[in-house]
Write a protein that binds this ligand. Sequence first.
Ligand SMILES: *Cc1c(COP(=O)(O)O)cnc(C)c1O
Length: 411
Amino acid sequence: MALINENYLKLKAGYLFPEIARRVKAFTEANPDAAKRLIRCGIGDVTEALPEAVRYAMHEAVDEMGKRESFHGYGPEQGYDFLRQAIAKNDFQARGLNIEADEIFVSDGSKCDTGNILDIFGSGNKIAITDPVYPVYVDTNVMNGNTGDADENGAYGGLVYLKCTPENNFVADIPKEKVDLVYLCYPNNPTGAVATRAQLEAWVKYCLANDTTLLYDAAYEAFIRDPELPRSIYEIEGARECAIEFRSFSKNGGFTGVRCAFVVIPKTLMGRKKDGSKHPLHPLWSRRHSTKFNGASYIVQRGAEALYTDEGKAQVKELIEHYMGNAALLVEACKKAGLPVYGGVNAPYVWVGCPSGLSSWQMFDKMLNEANVVITPGSGFGSAGEGWFRISAFNSRANVEEVCRRIAALK
Ligand SMILES: *Cc1c(COP(=O)(O)O)cnc(C)c1O
């Protein structure tokens, strides 16, 4: 019998979203009438239709595939040049950032990228992760054997947890100790927090001083409306020497079901060998990507390219306006209800303090039973999330307005 990867056994059972699904199912079975008015503001999935520019481009690509002369089989693993060029030009060079097309690796999602990136790092690294956090960063480190067991609070041995609380506006403080890898995500899922330029400058300075590699998840950069806030880590001087950036078309282009994302690995970014000598990370990821991945679909990449056309940009802007309009309504409703509210200004998530000492799951049950609204309990994102909950702005306007009325009616 084959030996199994026992690291998987360290993973906490009852992962957040299955547990939400279990409770919602039990509720709908017990209350079939109330279930009809259920509104889901839980999972961070987009709700509005795929932009027209994307659909046209994908239709065209499908027709190309239907003719022998323009059929596409396997494409380049790193992504088609037309998409890598469009990304480099629009997301970086047009903003004065020095990122080249061949530093961009196209994939089928940031969830996979943020997990798979560990393939190119050795074992024994000291790894820092924020609390609360997008669970993928933690769980993939557990699977890779980079942690010890979980304690009673669900914190894994060996990881450095960076607490994000109202005291630091939910932006991680620079650690006192030296770490080798750090994950940051701004605008943040789940807290909706954004890092200022000064905060990111401090992080890059720390990383350069300590030879730390920064894994920067910018999946929500399109939701930044304040022009003073950095949208890419490469807006910070020195980031080319210390940071990898993850981007996705999931939240800006509504690609959660289409699947397309990319990683930026500057050629100037180095890792370290056991003997202390430096080695660039770019060729390692290139090798990893072409060995374990066979490229994102041609049709999908044509769709993603269309997001960078004038029509595509206008349609993305409209989607963002829609979701951020929702977020503003939710922020206002929670404030009126007298709850502590963060996020929802440059991010599609509203992070709310539970009333009168309720735990996150108690608040989840209260919202489910009294308001028939599904939210996400903050404790599911880490122990520092206890006492908080997340409301997603990904919804129709009518649903959000109804959620606001129900929040106002809560006892
Ligand atoms: C949604 C999300 C992503 C994007 O994931 P995809 O796999 O590209 O859909 C990445 N990071 C965070 C924190 C997210 O919430």
